[in-house]
Ligand binder design. Structure first.
Ligand code: C2E
Ligand code: MG
Ligand code: MG
Ligand code: MG
Length: 277
């Protein structure tokens, strides 16, 4: 009886695996057509100077409006796009759209907002990445200083020689470089000091515990101090309450973003905004 039920159990397991594999294959094939079907859009989340409460920029966040499934989260489809290599054309589309939008904002408000764009490992490692960034800047007319590329620790630290050279080339274009989700990966501090970076983005996991967990407060303090010593800016991710805003400001964090200041939204809605206590 036991052997039988185990066999049955395995059959069910196998069926479930097959179903999931099929779902992923289907989603990957849908994603392949998402750009041409205009199912992708960018949402923008404000970045705020914590002492002035003023919007200084926005992070572009990719959204997929699937015709059957509705909104698919980037947490779901970005890994899929990375596995299939689709992230390369997708990422270029994001970069182009984001640059254009920033130019529109600059023209409309005469404020020079910063635009932050997430970059995947696969994009960053491509030999033509720097020239693609240059082309997006040229075609949109965006000032290079307004563009901030967000790289993760793993991307930056993978092949330090290679990434350092690429980062130097990007900085030569005039763009700014940020390390995303800082504190969750494994950064080598000696490399961090030598890389041509501009900003550390403090990961949401620390920010969300900053007012309750002593150790999280310690980590945030340490990151802010590290950034100050290295001459880098700081952006705190995931500020959800006034208390977190106040704390991070007092700790000396320069900028922040989070639901308290604004959720990611379409370009037209509520831009630009100013945070008030
Ligand atoms: P990320 O770059 O760290 O982006 C911040 C994420 O935190 C966003 O999730 C944002 O909506 C969310 N967030 C911001 N403030 C708060 C808050 O106060 N509370 C909470 N709970 N969440 C907050 P989202 O938009 O779902 O994106 C998830 C991740 O997907 C991003 O993390 C990024 O790694 C990736 N991603 C999004 N767009 C792109 C893209 O265009 N290219 C690439 N390569 N990755 C992207
Ligand atoms: Mg990011
Ligand atoms: Mg982040
Ligand atoms: Mg994060």
């Amino acid at each position: 009886y036991r052997a039988k039920s185990r066999k049955l159990g395995y059959a069910v397991f196998e069926q479930e695996m097959n179903r999931r594999t099929l779902e992923r294959l289907q989603l990957a094939s849908d994603l392949r057509h998402a750009v041409e079907n205009q199912e992708l859009e960018l949402h923008y989340q404000p970045q705020v100077n914590l002492s002035a409460g003023q919007v200084v920029g926005a992070e572009a966040l990719l959204r997929w409006r699937h015709p059957q499934l509705g909104m698919v989260s980037p947490a779901q489809f970005i890994p899929l796009a990375e596995e299939t290599g689709l992230i390369v054309p997708l990422g270029e589309w994001v970069l182009r759209q984001a640059c254009r939008q920033a130019v529109r904002w600059t023209a409309a408000s005469r404020a020079t907002l910063r635009i932050a764009v997430n970059v995947s490992a696969l994009q960053f490692e491509r030999p033509d990445f720097v020239s693609i960034v240059a082309a997006c800047l040229h075609d949109s007319g965006l000032e290079p200083e307004q563009l901030e590329l967000e790289l993760t620790e793993s991307v930056v630290m993978q092949d330090i020689q290679e990434s350092s050279a690429r980062m130097t080339a990007l900085r030569a274009l005039g763009v700014r470089l940020a390390v995303d989700d800082f504190g969750t990966g494994h950064s080598s501090l000696s490399y961090l000091q030598r890389l041509p970076l501009n900003v550390l983005k403090i990961d949401r996991s620390f920010v969300q515990q900053v007012s309750g967990v002593e150790s999280a407060l310690g980590v945030v303090k340490a990151i802010v101090a590290l950034a100050q010593h290295l001459g880098l800016g700081t952006v705190a991710e995931g500020i959800e309450t006034k208390e977190e805003w106040r704390l991070l400001r007092e700790l000396g964090c320069v900028d922040g973003q989070g639901f308290f200041f604004g959720r990611p939204a379409e370009a037209g809605k509520g831009w630009p905004v100013t945070a008030t206590e």
